[in-house]
Ligand binder design. Structure first.
Ligand code: ADP
Length: 369
């Protein structure tokens, strides 16, 4: 008998599974969960009763003999993240969505901060009663690597921004000089350089904001400014960078808001450049806002590719890109919408999208007045 035939040999006790004990007798879920060191939890959707496994209790810093209620667990979550975590769980529970969250906890006995990731959702009704359940694991090491990476990106982009800003100023000076000399070749060439420099500055600003967002540090420098004026500026900038698209600014009553002007500018640039990127050059893009009692709602509408309903939920996650035949040739990092959501959330606003594949998308965000 060679090695392979030994591996495939059927044990004499007629156990055809190839396992030490009959396959049916193995609790596959428990064996796999124990090996992967993940905890499990179940919540009854009617009574709200929460049942954590031993490993789940351990991950939250409770001994295997101690009881742990849902509230006990949430009290271990670092305060800054508690509200966000509770909202995400509540949302997934009420709307029966998939749940995916990460948060830091500080658990006794070592008082060290650890990151946990929780994944879950409603089980299929074919598996008996439908429970809200999922798994939980320690992702501290992965998170520390992510933080190191984003710190590095932050440092590099900061260093790149300074010379590029100087370059932009010199291009501007040269192009003023060329205009005085009526040197049309130099004017044309410098305008192309200017476009590329602005594109790079936008990318660098996105990377800088990304590293801030990933470190949980988006600092807002709030000031009072006219939203209508900013929108007009951003439309001009987008036309300059993308070229060729037809962007219509819907006439709106002037409004002043108190927000971080530079960051809201970044949100508008991201939404408008996406609208241009994911639609045909001939299709119109509309941008405008409506005033409500307590907030202003800005919308960017395109008549482009649109987004399938199953992808809409994931759009605002970091590094997510829709994979399709149409999008595979369009370049991007998948961070623009994540940043938009982070910036808008930090302003206590909301961002959402309405979309139909093949017809177009409307991205809307609110800012408090
Ligand atoms: P990027 O455009 O760099 O990939 P984003 O975070 O800005 O990253 O967008 C994430 C994904 O959402 C994109 O890859 C694209 O598939 C989809 N998307 C964003 N905006 C639009 C839009 N206006 N129309 C269609 N799809 C869009």
């Amino acid at each position: 008998m060679n090695d392979n035939s030994a591996k495939n040999a059927i044990p004499e006790d007629n156990n055809t599974s190839g396992f030490t004990e009959p396959f049916e007798a193995i609790d596959i879920a428990s064996v796999a969960l124990a090996s992967a060191n993940v905890g499990i939890w179940i919540m009854d959707p009617i009574s709200g009763k929460f049942l954590p496994s031993e490993r789940t209790r351990e991950l939250f810093g409770f001994s295997t003999k101690e009881d742990m209620s849902f509230e006990d667990a949430m009290l271990k979550v670092v305060e800054k993240y508690r509200k966000i975590a509770l909202e995400a769980i509540d949302n997934a529970f009420k709307k029966q969505h998939a749940l995916y969250i990460e948060f830091p906890i500080v658990a006794i006995p070592d008082h060290k901060q650890r990151w946990l990731s929780v994944t879950g959702g409603f089980s299929s009704p074919n598996v008996g009663n439908s429970y809200f359940s999922g798994i939980i694991m320690d992702v501290t090491e992965q998170k520390q690597n992510d933080l190191r990476r984003s710190k590095f990106i932050g440092m590099v982009s900061h260093e790149l921004k300074t010379p590029l800003t100087a370059l932009k100023a010199y291009v501007q000076m040269l192009s003023n000089w060329a205009k005085k000399q009526k040197d049309s070749f130099t004017i044309g060439a410098l305008s192309k350089v200017d476009t590329q420099v602005r594109k790079m500055l936008n990318m660098i600003n996105s990377l800088l904001n990304l590293s801030g967002a990933e470190a949980g540090k988006i600092h807002l420098k709030k000031e009072e400014f006219r939203l209508d004026v900013l929108i007009n500026e951003v439309v001009e900038e987008t036309l300059f960078i993308t070229g060729g698209h037809h962007i219509v600014t819907v006439p709106c009553d002037p409004v002043s808001i108190n927000a971080d002007r530079e960051k809201i500018e970044q949100v508008l640039i991201n939404l408008l450049s996406n609208a241009a990127k994911y639609s045909d050059k001939t299709a119109e893009i509309e941008v405008g806002y409506v005033l409500h009692d307590t907030c202003v709602e800005v919308s960017v509408k395109d008549h482009g590719l649109g987004i399938a309903p199953e992808n809409i939920q994931k759009l605002f996650l970091p590094h997510y890109r829709v994979e399709s035949k149409e999008t595979e040739k369009i370049a991007g990092f998948g961070i623009g919408l994540y940043l938009c959501a982070e910036i808008i959330n930090r302003h206590h606003g909301k961002i959402r999208v309405e979309s139909e594949p093949g017809k177009g998308s409307t991205f809307k965000f609110t800012l408090p007045l």
